[in-house]
Design a protein around this ligand. Structure first.
Ligand SMILES: Nc1nc2c(ncn2[C@@H]2O[C@H](COP(=O)(O)OP(=O)(O)OP(=O)(O)O)[C@@H](O)[C@H]2O)c(=O)[nH]1
Ligand SMILES: [Mg+2]
Length: 222
């Protein structure tokens, strides 16, 4: 049976990216007829109009990327839920693997840029160092074997999302997921993923501010 799939896309001023993304998602997995949920942080550009015109369901949310994803979860109907950025960093050609992992019984499937076959055109030296530090810290504290922590291209079973009961409003949400998934003994699969450079527009993550937030998420979940 074809699984029902919801793709949640948080957006903040992504007018130059969103149509291209929605088109390529459809091209890749049109046969599944995924539910596409865009949760917008009150963009001041044409993101919302373009997303709506291209068939997405639109919701609005104040707060950060994390709270947008949490809102999307509460609205989603699919048995499989996927988080995907709007800036074309996440390749739609990897969607099928994210879906089949959950379909075959995993609770969570996480794209990893640092597994063989993965990579990134989008990560600066400073961010890479920060990522390695956080991966080491989490694996040391929680006894996990993650190869990537802060990357947002992931899929979930609906049941796993309920259990995870996510709370982080910020860019710390991926870290919260990784920690809680390990603590709760969820069945997690990492797959190699290649992160492309954002296609156009400005990134919203600020390395120092968000690095400190991620650190606080790690410490408060101990
Ligand atoms: N709704 C909502 N979406 C957000 C917010 N901040 C970021 N996003 C979206 O979350 C996704 C990831 O944000 P990015 O700015 O691409 O973060 P990043 O990939 O670390 O940064 P770049 O490498 O510069 O692209 C994108 O789809 C953004 O539009 C927010 O406050 N609200
Ligand atoms: Mg990005």
């Amino acid at each position: 049976m074809t699984p029902s799939v919801s793709i949640i896309i948080p957006t903040l001023n992504e007018e130059g990216n969103i149509a291209r993304l929605l088109f390529s998602i459809n091209k890749e997995i049109n046969y599944i007829k995924p539910e596409i949920i865009v949760v917008d942080g009150y963009s001041i550009d044409r993101t919302v109009k373009i997303a709506r015109d291209n068939g997405a369901k639109i919701y609005f949310n104040k707060g950060g990327k994390g709270s947008a994803l949490i809102k999307g979860i509460s609205k989603s109907k699919g048995d499989i839920v996927i988080f995907m950025d709007a800036d074309l960093s996440h390749k739609p050609t990897e969607l099928r693997r994210l879906i089949s992992a959950i379909d075959s019984g995993y609770d969570v499937c996480m794209g990893s840029r640092f597994l063989d076959g993965g990579g990134s055109d989008d990560i600066s030296f400073v961010r890479k160092l920060g990522n390695y530090f956080f991966i080491w810290l989490i694996n040391s504290i929680y006894g996990s074997k993650y190869t990537d922590i802060c990357y947002g291209y992931r899929s979930f079973s609906k049941k796993a999302l309920k259990k995870l009961n996510l709370k982080e409003a910020s860019f710390g949400i991926e870290t919260e997921i990784s920690i809680k998934a390990k603590k709760q003994g969820l069945k997690v699969l990492e797959i190699p993923s290649f992160e492309r450079k954002r296609y156009t527009g400005a990134g919203k993550l600020m390395a120092l501010r968000d690095g400190l937030i991620i650190l606080s998420v790690i410490l408060k979940n101990i």
